[in-house]
Design a protein. Structure first.
Length: 597
């Protein structure tokens, strides 16, 4: 199988798409997550002998180890405290509940919040010239809040722009037998409510990751009540990808299809644990997930503690989906790829058709994203509009912008991305609606930081052709995967599922939840559960008062960084080998006699 990446008039993607192996790097600046990072503590000192350097290094390592373990203890304590509090959304903004869908006749575990601006967030009065913003966070294992996780965020930028901001949140467990159609109809009510509160002005739908396809469905089904659509790192074309960029698209082939998520939900007494999804994300880049992230904390523990704990408050909170929801998502999206083909049935009388979206669409993707690469964010466009003329004849405007280096979560989490790309998107929303129909790439020229104003951001548009964003993939091979999945699911549902459901119960589901590896590796160090770690807090306090960081030029510190680089390289090489073997197996079993499109 041969994967084709077209680069004509698309240098941003083609030049960097397969060059970054750390696509899952998290935090504000991905470059800072390198294993080669050294402590930025500047300690003066004269020439030292090897013995003295070794002694100072040993003291520093012992102190850093105590501080590192104390951070891990604090992470575990934070996780259990968040769980005990009911896992509320981790928004860094005051808010009030507008609608609680748990009280609806057909109830779902969703609510609509209004963000309350403060003097620190910019204008406290909403500009009548701006559409309100409705942010939909991903429901892909974690809880809501990542779109407003910090002041410099999507929410923060929208408030600073003088916009009314609404946020869709969800609760840890779905309502009994909650379906994706129930959620969709609830979101329609939320959109209509925001429209009503603003005298008929339709809100901008702002979707993050899996929230992107949710807002795409809304835009196709809420004509007149929904404004422009912004999809950030959102997959709509699930079969697209490249062999060295997006190995997750092959997971359905190796797992036999959708039956496994059905089986897991049955074992969970009707609930699917989002921790499984998070574990899949972490396995994409084991070097970062299991070593580099922790090494960065260990090597810079004096300055990284708060940043690490803030992010882990969100990353360590796992939410559930209902059996019906996860089955619909896996069968129709991840394996069936029904959305871009106009075949996804929302409910009995409604089939999603992306051609019904008449509002301008903005697509923000990153060429360093190995979860939702630009292939999956953009390839639906030629599937829906085969030619540029077809797009123009439909009167549609689609704008995309590409970040060259940030990982998947950086699209939503990074403060620098919020100040740069998200500010530019919000700034340009009014202009987008005046563009002639067609496909455009948004290019952010600069932001004059010297002026101290975000308004200095300058943007221009370059017209593109639909053919430029078409990525070939073996469609017939993925059709085989879909067929195998349907057969396996039918057999499981008919002959195995009834027996598994008969043996499932709340007690067993609770045991599975708390024995999940993603939780165990965290709460094992909690003060309430581990008497050894209870002694870490006073030791860590003593270390902070008597900290003796080693000099940056210490030979042993440099050797430590080199050793860390070597470990990360070994894990990276193992990942590349694993992914290459997966591609080879996929070609062997599913791509025989199949030609790339």
């Amino acid at each position: 199988m041969k994967t084709i990446l077209k680069s004509r008039k698309f240098p941003t993607i083609a030049g960097t798409l397969v060059a970054n192996g750390k696509g899952l790097v998290l935090g504000e600046d991905c470059a800072k997550a390198s294993a080669a990072s050294e402590p930025e503590l500047h300690v003066t000192g004269g020439h030292q002998s090897v013995a003295e350097q070794l002694f100072r290094y040993q003291v520093d390592v012992v102190q850093r180890s105590i501080l590192f373990l104390d951070v891990m203890r604090q992470r575990a304590d934070n996780m259990l405290a968040h769980e005990a509090a009911g896992m509320p959304p981790l928004l860094d903004f005051a808010h009030e509940v507008v609608l609680d869908a748990r009280q609806f006749a057909v109830s779902v575990n969703y609510a609509l919040l209004r963000i309350l601006p403060s003097k620190d967030d910019g204008p406290t009065k909403v500009s009548p010239d701006h559409r309100p913003i409705l942010v939909v966070d991903p429901r892909a294992g974690h809880g809501p809040g990542i779109g407003g996780f910090k002041r410099d965020s999507e929410v923060g930028m929208a408030l600073a722009d003088g916009r009314a901001v609404y946020f869709v949140v969800f609760f840890p467990e779905p309502r009994p037998e909650q379906t994706l159609a129930d959620v969709h109809h609830t979101l329609r009510r939320f959109v209509a409510k925001v429209c009503e509160l603003h005298d008929g002005v339709a809100p901008v739908l702002y979707g993050n990751c899996q929230g992107g396809w949710a807002v795409a469905l809304l835009a196709a089904d809420c004509e007149g009540t929904a404004g422009p659509v912004v999809m950030n790192g959102s997959p709509l074309s699930y079969w697209a990808g490249a062999s060295d960029v997006n190995p997750m698209r092959l997971a359905g082939a190796f797992l036999g299809g959708a039956w496994l998520s059905h089986f897991t939900s049955d074992l969970g007494n009707g609930l699917f644990d989002g921790a499984w999804l998070v574990q899949n994300f972490e396995s994409l880049n084991p070097a970062h997930s299991y070593f580099t992230k922790n090494y960065q904390l260990f090597s810079q523990v004096d300055t990284e503690r708060e940043r690490f704990l803030d992010f882990e408050r969100w990353w360590s909170g796992y939410y559930f989906l209902s059996r019906e929801e996860i089955k619909t998502i896996v069968e129709n999206l991840f394996i069936g790829n029904q959305l871009e083909q106009g075949l996804m049935r929302i409910c009995e009388h409604c089939v999603a058709d992306l051609r019904r979206i008449r509002q301008p669409v903005v697509i923000f993707a990153s060429s360093a994203d190995n979860i939702t690469p630009p292939h999956q964010a953009l390839n639906w466009i030629p599937a829906v509009y085969p030619t540029t003329q077809a797009l123009k004849d439909a009167g549609q405007r689609i704008v995309y912008l590409i970040n060259g280096h940030v990982g998947h979560l950086g699209i939503f989490v990074s403060a620098s991305v919020a100040r740069h790309e998200h500010h530019a998107i919000l700034q340009e929303l009014g202009r987008l609606e005046t563009l002639p129909p067609g496909l455009y790439q948004m290019v952010i020229d600069s932001a004059d930081e010297a002026e101290g104003s975000r308004d200095a951001t300058r943007v221009h548009y370059e017209e593109r052709q639909v053919e430029d964003v078409h990525y070939a993939y073996p469609k017939q091979a993925f059709e085989k995967v879909r067929q195998v999945s349907e057969i396996n699911e039918s057999v499981y549902a008919s002959w195995v599922s009834p027996w598994v459901r008969a043996g499932a119960n709340p007690w067993g589901a609770a045991v599975q939840k708390w024995m999940h590896p993603m939780r165990v590796q965290r709460y094992a160090l909690a003060t309430a559960l581990n008497p050894i770690t209870a002694s870490l807090a006073p030791w860590a306090a003593w270390v902070k008062d008597n900290r003796q960081p080693v000099e940056p030029g210490n030979a042993f510190l440099k050797a430590q960084a080199q050793a860390a680089n070597s470990v990360a390289d070994v894990l990276d090489n193992g990942r590349h080998l694993r992914d290459a073997m997966g591609e080879t197996l996929f070609q062997t079993y599913f791509c025989q006699d199949v030609q790339d499109l």
